[in-house]
Write a protein that binds this ligand. Structure first.
Ligand SMILES: [Zn+2]
Length: 193
C-alpha cells in the first residue's frame, strides 16, 4: 500500500471547521450526514465505520454530499485563488454532488488529520474495508460507489435506490433543478414509485 497518499494536502480547507457558519451557506457548509447519500453508500459507510470503531481506528466522515456551488469554490483553490489544488472536478463532475461519494478523515480529540504518516495503517484498513463493501477509493480519503460513469449520472442513469432513497433523490432533485451553469443542467432522478 503506497504511503504517499497520507501526505497529500487535506481535501478541503480545515480552517472552516468549527466556525459558526450559516448552515445553508452553500460554499462553506460541510455536510457530514449520511441522510443525503445514496442508500447503498450510506449502508456501506455505516458498516465500514462501525468496523473501524471496533478496531479503535478513529476514522469519521469529513464530508458527504457536497453542494455544486461549494464544488466550484473548491475548484478555484490553487487555480484562480491561492493555495494547494483541492479537487480535479468542477460542479457535477464529482460524485459528491450525486450523493455517491464521501471523504473520510482521521479525527483525534476533535482534530482532523489527513497528513500523519503514522496513520497509514488506518487508511489501509479503511481502503480494504471499502473494497469489501464494493466501494472505490483513490488510496486517499475519497471513497465512492463503483462502476458508475459520470455520463450516465448526467443522463440520470442512477443506481436504483428504492424506498430508502427518498432523502437522496429529494436533495439531488432540488439541486439539479436549480442548477443551470457551465452548459450543463443535470437531470433529476425519477421519484421512486
Ligand atoms: Zn471526495
Amino acid at each position: 500500500m503506497p504511503n504517499a497518499n497520507v501526505r497529500k494536502p487535506s481535501p478541503v480547507i480545515p480552517q472552516v471547521v468549527g466556525k459558526a457558519l450559516p448552515t445553508l451557506d452553500p460554499v462553506n457548509h460541510v455536510c457530514r450526514s449520511t441522510e443525503d447519500l445514496h442508500p447503498e453508500l450510506a449502508f456501506a459507510l455505516k458498516a465500514i465505520l462501525s468496523q473501524l470503531t471496533l478496531e479503535n481506528i478513529p476514522v469519521e466522515i469529513y464530508e458527504s454530499w457536497r453542494a455544486p456551488a461549494r464544488q466550484n469554490y473548491l475548484y478555484t483553490i490553487g487555480r484562480s485563488k491561492g493555495g494547494i489544488v483541492q479537487t480535479r472536478n468542477q460542479a457535477w463532475a464529482s460524485l459528491h454532488q450525486y450523493g455517491m461519494a464521501v471523504d473520510l478523515g482521521v479525527r483525534v480529540r476533535g482534530d482532523w488529520d489527513w497528513n500523519t504518516y503514522e496513520n497509514s495503517h488506518m487508511w489501509a484498513r479503511a481502503h480494504r474495508l471499502a473494497e469489501e463493501f464494493g466501494l472505490e477509493h483513490d488510496y486517499s480519503w475519497h471513497f465512492q460507489m463503483s462502476g458508475y460513469e459520470l455520463g450516465d449520472l448526467k443522463r440520470a442513469q442512477f443506481p436504483p435506490a428504492g424506498n430508502k432513497g427518498q432523502a437522496w433523490w429529494m436533495k439531488l432533485s432540488e439541486y439539479a433543478g436549480q442548477w443551470n451553469a457551465h452548459g450543463f443542467t443535470p437531470v433529476a432522478p425519477l421519484i421512486p414509485a
